[in-house]
Design a protein around this ligand. Structure first.
Ligand SMILES: NC(=O)c1ccc[n+]([C@@H]2O[C@H](COP(=O)([O-])OP(=O)(O)OC[C@H]3O[C@@H](n4cnc5c(N)ncnc54)[C@H](O)[C@@H]3O)[C@@H](O)[C@H]2O)c1
Length: 322
């Protein structure tokens, strides 16, 4: 059955792709974004666009909405360490206002973008949802605080909510791919080297306890991630807060990713080894068992070369348009 959904942060990378998937599934979509890090042209054709802040969501939310998909947040880990207040204000304060507006309007279904950063340094991999949550930076702490806030809202006020804890989102779909500024994610950074915008890629630490000494991460295609959001809308039950990891359950090292980009782009991609960065765990790999079991999710685009190829195509398209 088609519905009407508010997508906060729908001018950003992940929100734009999910908005596109909602439209393709026949839903009505209203994007609410203040364009702090998003792009107007990233809002898919067919969605209504409201330029505004989630703190003012009450101006636009009413009982005609079937649910909210909440992507709007700041998400730069390094910046969160030097400006923690910015992250508490936007991610936590903003979400508190959004939840209030939803309560007021009687909108009782929510899908929230949480993150693997809520876990911090894992004791065991793959990481399951019952693992300890000890974030190592204010970004992860702000997202964990929102998860707790949502749990309370579900128990006290009957919200039906799903938090999706993304691991490393990558690839592109439709009009959206990664173009964060500054960029901090590995695949788009390596692609900047392939484009000639950056001389070399920095490898932060080659003495980790991993097969080649570099950090291992779980990369998930943004379109697989979008599928999980549509399934989460169906799985949300009033009074319950479900938390699911989203990853492929397979890890790739920094050097494996660099090698894959070399193969896809044909560029030599020079590397520079730099010291480890504080708070970077050796290995972050998701157990996606809960998402498979509880949402019926089945990611189909796990191939790293395919993920990189989609990201490369998007990067070249944006460069041609500039
Ligand atoms: N990209 C990843 O790998 C990843 C991993 C884990 C979690 N996440 C989470 O997923 C969500 C989306 O990430 P992304 O990579 O698409 O980020 P993004 O920066 O591309 O998108 C975020 C969007 O939210 C908007 N926004 C921010 N604050 C707002 C506010 N107060 N009011 C209205 N709009 C606001 C921005 O303008 C932007 O369009 C974030 O919540 C992020 O924490 C992303």
């Amino acid at each position: 059955m088609s519905g009407k959904y508010l997508v906060t942060g729908g001018a950003g990378y992940v929100g734009g792709v999910v908005a596109q998937h909602l439209l393709e599934a026949g839903h009505e979509v209203v994007v609410l974004d203040n364009l702090t890090t998003g792009f107007r042209e990233g809002v898919p054709a067919g969605a209504s666009f409201v330029e505004g802040d989630i703190r003012d969501a009450g101006k636009w939310l009413d009982g005609s909405f079937d649910g909210v998909l909440h992507f709007a947040a700041f998400s730069q880990v390094g910046e969160s360490v030097v400006k923690p207040e910015k992250y508490w204000d936007n991610n936590v304060g903003g979400t508190m206002a959004l939840l209030g507006a939803m309560r007021e309007a009687g909108v009782r279904r929510l899908v929230f973008s949480s993150t693997a950063a809520t876990y911090g340094e894992p004791e065991q991999v793959p990481i399951v949802e019952s693992a300890p949550t000890r974030p190592t930076n204010p970004y992860g702490a702000s997202k964990l605080a929102v998860d707790h806030m949502i749990t309370g809202e579900a128990a006290a006020h009957g919200l039906g909510a799903v938090s999706l804890r993304y691991f490393n989102v990558a690839g592109a779909y439709g009009e959206q791919g990664e173009r964060h500024d500054p960029e901090s994610h590995l695949i788009p950074l390596i692609l900047q080297v392939a484009q000639g915008k950056r001389e070399a890629i920095s490898v932060f630490g080659e003495d980790y306890p991993t097969p080649d000494g570099t950090c291992v991460r779980d990369y998930i295609h943004v379109a697989d991630l979008a599928d999980a959001h549509l399934l989460a809308l169906k799985a949300a039950r009033s009074g319950e807060h479900l938390i699911c990891n989203l990853g492929n359950g397979e890890g790739f090292s920094v050097r494996q990713v660099i090698e894959t980009v070399r193969q896809v782009t044909g560029h030599p991609i020079p590397e520079v080894v730099a010291p480890r960065r504080g708070g970077d765990p050796a290995t972050l790999v998701a157990s996606a068992a809960a998402a498979r079991e509880k949402l019926g999710w089945n990611p189909s685009r796990a191939d790293l070369a395919g993920i990189v190829a989609d990201a490369w195509e998007f990067t070249q398209k944006i460069a041609r348009e500039q």
